[in-house]
Write a protein that binds this ligand. Sequence first.
Ligand SMILES: Cc1cc2nc3c(=O)[nH]c(=O)nc-3n(C[C@H](O)[C@H](O)[C@H](O)COP(=O)(O)OP(=O)(O)OC[C@H]3O[C@@H](n4cnc5c(N)ncnc54)[C@H](O)[C@@H]3O)c2cc1C
Length: 333
Amino acid sequence: MDGGKLLLFIELPGGELDEIGRGILSWGARLAGVLGADWGAVTAVVPEGGQLAAFGAFGTPAVTAIAGGERLLDAPALLGKAVADLAAERGATVLLLPHNDLGSTLAPVIAAALDAALLTEVAAVRRGEDGVRLSRPALGGRLAETKVWDGKRPLVLTVPTRALSQVLLPTVRAITPVLATWQQPPLSTLRAARIIGRIPPDPETVDLTEAEVIFSAGKGCDPATFEQLKELGRLLNVSFGVTRPVFDQGWAEFERMIGQTGRTVAPRLYLALGISGSMHHVGGIQDSRRIVAINNDPNAPIFTTADEGFVADLGTIVPLLLAKARSGAGGAR
Ligand SMILES: Cc1cc2nc3c(=O)[nH]c(=O)nc-3n(C[C@H](O)[C@H](O)[C@H](O)COP(=O)(O)OP(=O)(O)OC[C@H]3O[C@@H](n4cnc5c(N)ncnc54)[C@H](O)[C@@H]3O)c2cc1C
């Protein structure tokens, strides 16, 4: 199998290379190294000068913008077809997308158009003797499922956004990418479903494994504090989790329990309130981007896991936070 060609789909929401876009570039640069592939990025929006430089910081050799692609962002079937046509024209062997709203919608459309293999939420890629080995978590993260790609057909991959980091590899040198626009040949039919609106997930019911921000209550919460925390979570639009003793008291459903026997979570922010930091709980929160803990015991083990810790009594701090939120401090997102 030769190295082939890797194409990364970068969304550029609002014309900006956001955290996810930078994460895909970092992941893609590494993947290109593993595959020994030539690579480049495809966008639906023409990147402005500053944004192009940001692509270059990740060593992106080439950026191709789909002419008129911006109009296709609400018509994934058409955008997916355009990306697939471009990939076919360029002889791309691997396409990489983030597993977010748009990426996970486009991936099957592209795979179907290219008659390609599709593997979603891939966590690791390495070269084996039999081909390229792609692993992803299965059974709620308790097992890793590994598949081998032999390179005979194109491959479409998505990567979970929580697995993305914006690390600049030391081997990557900043360059000025070649920018091109690509005109899709006219389609015989332009009929496709259009997205007319997006309803954001409800933080109160969203699966905790997908939650962006989690406030979690431990046994240090009394009933009054617990109710205040739930209200705080609603006001700030964040998800709510609990430890096992709180679940055992019947204050929350099993789906809200986090830890070894509960959910394994990976939010951007995990706020641990009145949680001691037992290994059974910490095992389920270690992939969080940032852990902040509030506990009245300065020696609580959670402080050794937390990025930031506050020694404070919840009975004092939670009413203050709630008053601030009630006075219209806005959402956490
Ligand atoms: C096999 C097994 C599996 C388990 N699985 C899980 C699991 O999935 N998830 C899980 O959470 N647990 C699990 N446990 C239980 C786990 O071992 C701990 O008992 C549990 O995580 C402790 O929860 P906690 O931190 O809420 O309570 P505690 O350990 O009692 O800690 C309460 C903390 O609150 C602080 N505090 C008290 N009052 C205040 C106040 N007013 N202001 C501020 N801080 C205050 C205290 O200083 C203390 O640190 C499991 C146990 C076993 C044996």
